[in-house]
Design a protein around this ligand. Structure first.
Ligand SMILES: *Cc1c(COP(=O)(O)O)cnc(C)c1O
Ligand SMILES: [Zn+2]
Length: 433
């Protein structure tokens, strides 16, 4: 049975005192840094970090992810630094979609351009603690970019497994320049994750996918930043957080963030934001499970979407994330690639440049408001997970086409005035006269 409640009197296992690992399926508890484990040694269930004490907002100071050290297993980590991302106002989009408040938490503003950096600053710190010498991940792109950068920073060997031909150009460029060994697997993301889990199980590499419970500890700080910032600006917490869902790591991390705050008495149960997940229609196993009320997701073998970062058919964190959506009163929705691209343009029109997967949150919110599932009186934060430059091809395809003009100011003015003197036949004739 999945049990995500936090005990009133936490009992650390022998050999641990402040922090330990807890199996969400069988309750087995183990010291955090004695052995390299990713899932429960008893039942193979998902593990999560547990603490003897949970902080309130008064316990935080400083900036970025490590502001929240009191909620993390260490006081500092391998940092570039990360976090402290903007919570944008988007007034035109807010009016157009029609909710009371719409903010955009732009995680593309992290050092390597996605929220994955928040997980890596903690995860790579743990790798140092364990004394491993090779880091590895499977990735749709952004995890590999983040791991390559943080691995380089920590001076550790880094291996990334990518689905051949399915990773956006900016992300491969990052992994490559930061010096990761890039293995392009003839298979999709889920196949890459199977392979890297095998490598980890054979002791060949330390796994830094979101299956690693410490990654999610770092990603909790997205929730902490949103709550603090929104409360400072509006005097209350947001009603709902809408986010793109791939492996559902962020959904699980945000839910854990809320549970810990409630446990510490820092957040009233009634103030917990409704977690609302958005997937692409071509890769929507979480939406299927939420809509059908299933306790587990069904693995989708064929997945396709323009939003390559969430092109995932077997979300590994579903057992942690499904209760999060359910218990917070949230929901999940699937959007088409056309809706994703339209939302990417809408955000860009407010000056916020995001990659396609990120725009899914805004596309999903628009759909839920239109369907009456989200009320117009709500305060909503949409998470945008990655930067526009991650996927330059998608951005160029969604944006305006460049126009050819001659090297001549008058001709350029004519062109701007709508006279066709550009690269067309007339322009070339004019050049001959
Ligand atoms: C990793 C990623 C996601 C998916 O996040 P999960 O935590 O796996 O659900 C969404 N968008 C972008 C840009 C990502 O890099
Ligand atoms: Zn177990």
């Amino acid at each position: 049975m999945t049990d995500l409640t936090l005990p009133d009197r936490p009992e650390p296992p022998e050999g641990a005192d402040d922090v330990w690992l807890h199996c969400i399926e069988c309750g087995h508890a183990l010291p955090p840094f004695d052995d390299v484990v990713f899932t429960c040694p008893e039942c193979d269930g998902l593990l999560e970090a547990r603490y003897a004490d949970y902080p309130t907002f008064d316990d935080f100071s400083g900036e970025g992810v490590w502001r929240y050290a009191a909620a993390l297993p260490f006081d500092e980590g391998v940092s570039l630094p990360e976090g402290n991302t903007p919570l944008h106002e988007v007034p035109r989009l807010e009016a157009d979609i029609g909710v009371r408040n719409l903010r955009v938490k732009h995680e593309g503003m992290n050092p390597t351009g996605s929220f994955k950096d928040r997980g890596m600053t903690v995860g790579v710190r743990v790798a140092e603690e364990l004394g491993v010498d090779r880091l590895a991940c499977a990735s749709t792109g952004n995890t590999s970019a983040a791991l390559a950068a943080y691995g380089a920073r920590a001076d550790l060997e880094t291996l990334v497994l990518l689905p051949a031909g399915k990773v956006a150009a900016g992300k491969i460029a990052q992994a490559s320049l930061h010096g990761a060994r890039i293995l392009e697997v003839d298979g999709n993301f889920d196949a890459c994750l199977d392979r890297v889990q095998d490598l980890a199980a054979r002791g060949e590499a330390y796994l830094l996918n979101s299956l690693n419970p410490f990654r999610l500890e770092g990603q909790k700080t997205i929730g902490l930043e949103i709550l603090e910032r929104f409360r400072d600006e509006e005097g209350r917490f947001p009603d709902r957080i809408v986010l793109p869902v791939g492996n559902a790591g962020n959904t699980a991390a945000l839910y854990k963030c809320f549970r810990e705050l409630v446990h510490a008495g820092a957040l009233a149960p009634g103030d917990v934001p409704k977690l609302t997940g958005v997937q692409a229609e071509g890769a929507a196993p979480m939406v299927e499970a939420v809509r059908e009320g299933n306790a587990e997701t069904r693995r989708w073998d064929e997945v396709e979407t323009i939003a390559t970062a969430i092109r995932i058919g077997n979300p590994v964190n579903a057992p942690k994330a499904l209760p999060g959506i359910r218990e917070t009163g949230g929901t999940a929705v699937a959007v088409s690639d056309e809706e994703i691209t339209a939302a990417q343009r809408d955000l860009a029109g407010e000056g916020v440049g995001v990659e396609p997967a990120s725009a899914a949150s805004v596309a999903g919110l628009r759909k839920l408001v239109a369907e009456g599932e989200v009320s117009t009186g709500e305060d909503v934060v949409c998470l945008t997970t990655g930067h526009l430059l991650k996927d330059p091809d998608a951005a160029a395809a969604a944006g305006r086409d460049p126009e050819d003009v001659p090297n001549d100011t008058d001709a350029i003015l004519d062109h701007l005035a709508g006279k066709d003197v550009g690269g067309g036949l007339f322009g070339r004739l004019r050049g001959l006269l």
